[in-house]
Design a protein. Structure first.
Length: 284
């Protein structure tokens, strides 16, 4: 806190439990249940803009969830108090045992310093084109991609094939081009083979444009595009995973972690269930 120049007068320090020790079981002991009511009443009285939940116990008490490692660094609403903004983070006691987690805690507290200025959750506003037709891809390319300064791209894969590919000419605009639709009996997004071939030709043309390309662990995407479809990527120039790793060797470099550090996005990696047949992109 001193490193980030917090004003200590702005901070209150309510404890999840006032007991000196707590049960390590899966469920809270009935004797300790009033502690949650005490915590709730204390926070309601304080009326904070933001509560930083330090550690798994505080995260569970405020949000009714577990998994502090995946949830840390992204704001969410409390289940204990309606409309209370919560930012999960590592407990300082954990950092004293795992010193390489210190920088992660510092980054989360730096985000807390920004988030404490307002009580609501403010997510980035983005425009995403989904379920496009051929004309939509052509229109998006002509309007936004052809003259962009740098083009980000990403693929999703399952059963050793590309299920969709997305392009983002800016931080707040993107298009997703699917090739698999599990809601249909044949799993095909495009109604005819001719339209699917046309879509792949448009993807190839986009990736052959001269502007620099950006990806996260782009070698994964490159090898799928080349091996499965014979599509090379022209001027692949930036890789967020490698750039982050060059700056902070000791930190994780997967996309979920980068999102929690550098953006105000929600924890999107926890929003969907991944089927067993899906190949999760190795973005770390």
């Amino acid at each position: 806190l001193h490193y980030l120049r917090f004003q200590y007068a702005e901070i209150s320090w309510p404890n999840t439990y006032t007991w000196s020790s707590i049960s390590q079981g899966a469920y809270i002991e009935p004797l300790r249940l009033p502690e949650l009511y005490r915590l709730r009443d204390e926070l309601i009285k304080l009326k904070p803009n933001l509560v930083v939940a330090l550690g798994g116990t505080a995260f569970w008490a405020l949000c009714g969830a577990s998994g502090i490692t995946k949830a840390r660094g992204t704001v969410r609403l409390s289940t204990l108090i309606p409309n209370l903004k919560v930012l999960p983070a590592y407990h300082p006691a954990y950092v004293t045992r795992m010193w390489d987690a210190r920088l992660t805690l510092v980054a989360d507290l730096a985000k807390a310093k920004l988030e404490k200025e307002f009580p609501d959750i403010r997510l980035p506003k983005r425009e995403i084109w989904i379920n496009p037709q051929i004309t939509d891809i052509e229109t998006f390319t002509n309007l936004y991609i052809k003259d962009c300064k740098i083009l980000a791209f990403d693929t999703e894969t399952a059963r050793k094939q590309i299920t969709c590919i997305s392009f983002a000419p800016s931080k707040d605009l993107a298009i997703v081009i699917p090739f698999v639709d599990k809601s249909r009996p044949d799993y095909r997004y495009w109604s005819t083979a001719e339209r699917e071939v046309k879509a792949w030709k448009l993807v190839r043309d986009i990736l052959d444009l001269p502007m620099p390309k950006l990806a996260q662990n782009g070698l994964y995407d490159l090898q799928y595009l080349w091996k499965c479809h014979g599509i090379p990527v022209r001027n692949f120039f930036e890789d967020t995973m490698l750039l982050h790793h060059a700056l902070y060797l000791e930190l994780p470099k997967d996309l979920g972690f980068l999102g929690s550090i550098y953006t105000s996005e929600a924890s999107w990696k926890l929003m969907r269930h991944r089927e067993k047949d899906e190949i999760e992109k190795k973005d770390d």
